[in-house]
Design a protein around this ligand. Structure first.
Ligand code: SAH
Ligand code: SF4
Length: 511
């Protein structure tokens, strides 16, 4: 039987990375990757549980596969990732034609389990232990990931990669399902991380983004010595070939003076910090059990502004959390106005089973009010971002070029356009075609990808990012992908800088 796999990914950067590794593993087991569920004999969904909406989207996509499965019972359908861990057997009940359910800590079992399904051994399930199932160390082991398998072919661009340094989360914010789906917080050993960074550099990767749910809380204890994120950054800075290092997502309380000065002193570290505030009201933060007050957050902002005056800061906000009053929401607006984030991901609160908020608090903000607060905050955030981006007009920014912009890809896919065929291989793309560094959960769209063929020198819109993670588009050509280029900014909107390649002026004297 042929082994053609299609993988659809929703969710955060962790999921994008997990999909990359599963694909690498499956390829080693003789699978080839195809562009659509239709062409595939194995269809895998990598899923997200952070909000209900993300789950509903997967169930509805699975519903569409029911008919295909009835027509072709040989087609294998699998659900992997956070929803698999959270819902487990419920998935088989809601979608009885699913063959495989695999949690994020068990992804290495996929080739074997697929083999069993194909051999007629029936449905297969592999999930990690739940928090209460045993000793912490044993539970933690069951959530370990298999990161060392790297496959540049599955990355949005070969010169950018995610590198997980921390698994799981122990913060237990009352609204959040991640500590259950991803298990206990564990730092990966620095030796493993460094080895992986070297593999990535050898594969031509120039920018790495370190991943962790609270990445700046990273710690690894070994032989009586503790490695924190700062010491890890110092060691990663030595890796030849890597030019840029980013890290997401940060926890406000662990944004220490030491970490900020490390970022300041290491030129490869991006002065870009994603530090979700979630709310600007102390009452709401307390109910969320975030572990800091608005004053603590503002102290952190002042620390950042003092040590890294040019840094770009971004945030996440939840609007309409249990008990959020209009006054609480006004405080969130005030915080956003004070902090002037580069961008913010704004989410409407969604009750998640198994969380403290679901058990103890009432989801009492009506849907329409959540939606209105969402739009209001978004409009304020966009206006701030636009104003700040426009201050960059006329300046020169260093851009790591990623590839054709979304607009260029769209134009190229129009029938009869030069540059066809476009091969779609499944990576997330940002608003302007570039892969997103910071993908809001469930909105991560994994569909478009790399233009495999076409005239390399054709003038098309290219996209890349500045050291501060700002998206830049400019007219260029595909050969520039992977290069660091100086771009002069001519225009700016809330999400994008528009520029042109800086040309060197040639002055001829005495002719
Ligand atoms: N570890 C990261 C983020 C994890 S989830 C952190 O701590 O910041 C990504 C974002 O989804 C969160 O920052 C939060 O804003 C949002 N989120 C998490 N649970 C949610 C829920 N139940 N409803 C709505 N948004 C939620
Ligand atoms: Fe969820 Fe809070 Fe952990 Fe982030 S820090 S993953 S929001 S529990």
């Amino acid at each position: 039987m042929s082994k053609r796999v299609y993988i659809k990914t929703v969710g955060c950067q962790m999921n994008v990375l997990d999909s990359e590794m599963v694909i690498a593993d499956l390829k080693r087991h003789g699978y080839t990757v195809v562009d659509s569920a239709k062409e595939a004999d194995t269809v895998l969904y990598n899923t997200c549980s952070v909000r209900e909406h993300a789950e509903e989207k997967v169930y509805s996509a699975l519903g569409k596969l029911r008919e295909a499965k009835e027509r072709n019972p040989e087609k294998t359908i699998g659900v992997m990732g956070c929803m698999a861990q959270k819902d487990q057997k419920v998935i088989f009940q809601r979608a009885p034609y699913v063959d495989l359910v695999v949690g994020p800590g068990q992804l290495h079992t996929i080739p074997e389990l697929l083999g069993k399904v194909r051999a007629g051994q029936g449905r297969q399930m592999a999930v990690s232990m739940s928090r209460k199932d045993g000793k912490q160390s044993v539970v933690a082991r069951s959530h370990e990931t298999f990161d060392p398998l790297r496959d540049p072919a599955m990355r949005p661009t070969p010169f950018q990669a995610y590198l997980r340094i921390q698994i799981g989360c122990d913060k237990f914010c009352t609204y959040c399902v991640v500590p259950n789906t991803r298990g206990p917080e564990q730092g990966r050993p620095p030796t493993q991380i460094l080895a992986e960074a070297r593999v990535l550099a050898d594969q031509g990767c120039r920018e790495i983004t370190l991943l962790g749910q609270t990445v700046n809380s990273y710690r690894f204890d070994e032989d009586g010595r503790t490695t924190d994120l700062s010491s890890l950054l110092m060691r990663l800075h030595e890796v030849d070939g890597i030019d840029r290092i980013k890290f997401v997502t940060n926890y406000p309380k662990d944004m220490t003076e030491r970490l900020l000065t490390t970022v300041r002193d290491l030129p490869k570290c991006s002065p870009y910090l994603h530090v979700p505030a979630q709310s600007g009201s102390d009452d709401v933060l307390r109910r969320m059990k975030r572990g800091y007050t608005v004053a603590d957050y503002l102290d952190m902002m002042e620390r950042i502004e003092r040590i890294l005056p040019d840094a770009a800061i971004s945030s996440d906000f939840i609007v309409g959390f249990c008990g959020e009053t209009e006054e609480d929401f006004r405080k969130t607006i005030r915080l956003a106005e004070r902090c002037r984030f580069k961008n913010s991901f704004i989410f409407q609160y969604s009750v998640r089973g198994g969380t403290k908020a679901a058990e103890r608090l009432s989801d009492d903000v009506p849907r329409e009010i959540k939606a209105r607060r969402n739009n209001e905050l978004l409009a304020i955030q966009d206006a701030i971002a636009k104003e700040d981006n426009q201050k960059l007009i006329g300046t020169e920014v260093d851009v790591l070029v990623e590839g054709p912009s979304k607009r260029a890809l769209r134009d190229l896919t129009k029938p009869g356009q030069p540059g066809e065929p476009i091969q779609v291989i499944g990576v997330p793309v940002g608003d302007n075609g570039g892969p997103r560094n910071n993908v809001p959960h469930e909105e991560a769209r994994v569909e478009e990808a790399r233009v495999e063929e076409g005239d390399d020198s054709q003038l098309i819109q290219m996209t890349g990012r500045t050291h501060c993670d700002r998206i830049v588009v400019f007219d260029g050509n595909r050969r520039q992908a992977g290069q660091m280029m100086s771009i002069v900014v001519d225009d700016a909107s809330s999400h994008t800088l528009v520029g042109r390649v800086k040309t060197v002026e040639v002055v001829t004297i005495g002719v």
